[in-house]
Design a binder for this molecule. Structure first.
Ligand code: BTN
Length: 259
């Protein structure tokens, strides 16, 4: 079972052998008065939630983790924590796969970050992040859920999925969580209530998938096509259309290489 190692001072941990959804559990605790910061982790999730009403089931051996904190920042600012989460997972993956990298050589996977919050390995989805926020009194409970395919890659998202095991990286969910919670302390520290988002944004863009390339973005109501230009200071995706328009997208699903 996932244990309480590598948890930063003042950060609590609730580890479950199996649970429906770590995001749901974290939000329930917030409604019960928990103020965090607190991690909720499990190697098996049976009713996990994904973005855009999708499900995210974690078969046994994968890592489902959520960090809860209650803050005074505005929801739009809290949403930018997802970028810090993506960076944290990427840093954790680099750390735990050093040995594998030496062994795999040129076959070592390349990790990139896909807007808004996915982590890709060789262009396939390895991890998804779901941010949920809810008012508790006059404050905001923010839950950042990070799901990572350690041993198995359930399909069901528009992007083809992959697991660490399938990439030749044999690490356990526990080891990955230890590295992730360490990295979170670092990137959450840089983010620091939104003031450090320019730096998070810079680091994120350095690892972005498809930057400068053609994308099609499905928002709820339309499809925006053009060149993926950047993300702005609020974390929105900026797409330059063929007509020269600069479109700002706050939520949607990105498809790469669409003609
Ligand atoms: C996505 O659709 O890509 C986001 C998936 C987020 C999954 C994680 S697993 C831990 C946390 N608990 C959930 O129910 N969902 C998130």
């Amino acid at each position: 079972t996932l244990g309480p190692r590598a948890i930063a001072a003042g950060t609590k941990l609730a580890a479950f052998d199996q649970i429906g959804s770590t995001n749901a559990e974290a939000m329930l605790r917030a409604r019960d008065g928990e103020r965090g910061p607190m991690w909720f982790v499990t190697p098996e999730q049976t009713a996990g939630r994904g973005r855009r009403q999708r499900v995210w089931v974690a078969p046994r051996g994968n890592l489902a983790s959520s960090i809860l904190e209650v803050t005074d920042v505005q929801p739009a600012v809290a949403a930018t924590l997802g970028f810090a989460a993506g960076l944290s997972l990427e840093a954790a993956l680099q750390k735990v796969s050093i040995e594998a990298a030496l062994r795999l050589g040129p076959d070592n996977p390349k990790y990139t970050l896909k807007w808004p919050n996915d982590v890709l390995a060789n262009g396939k989805k390895l991890s998804g992040i779901l941010l949920e926020a809810e008012a508790v009194g006059h404050r905001l409970a923010v839950v950042v859920g990070i799901g990572t395919n350690v041993v198995a890659a359930p399909e069901g998202t528009p992007t083809p999925a992959v697991s660490l095991a399938a990439l030749g990286i044999q690490i356990g969910a526990e080891e990955l969580f230890a590295a992730l919670s360490d990295a979170w302390v670092e990137f959450r520290g840089i983010w620091d209530d939104g003031r450090g988002f320019p730096e998070i944004r810079r680091l994120w863009l350095e690892r972005a998938a498809g930057l400068g390339e053609r994308v099609a973005v499905q928002t709820g109501t339309a499809t925006v096509e053009g060149i993926f230009d950047t993300i702005d200071e609020t974390g929105c995706l900026i797409v330059r259309t063929a007509a020269g328009e600069r479109m700002q997208v706050s939520a949607g699903e990105v498809y790469f290489g669409t003609a």
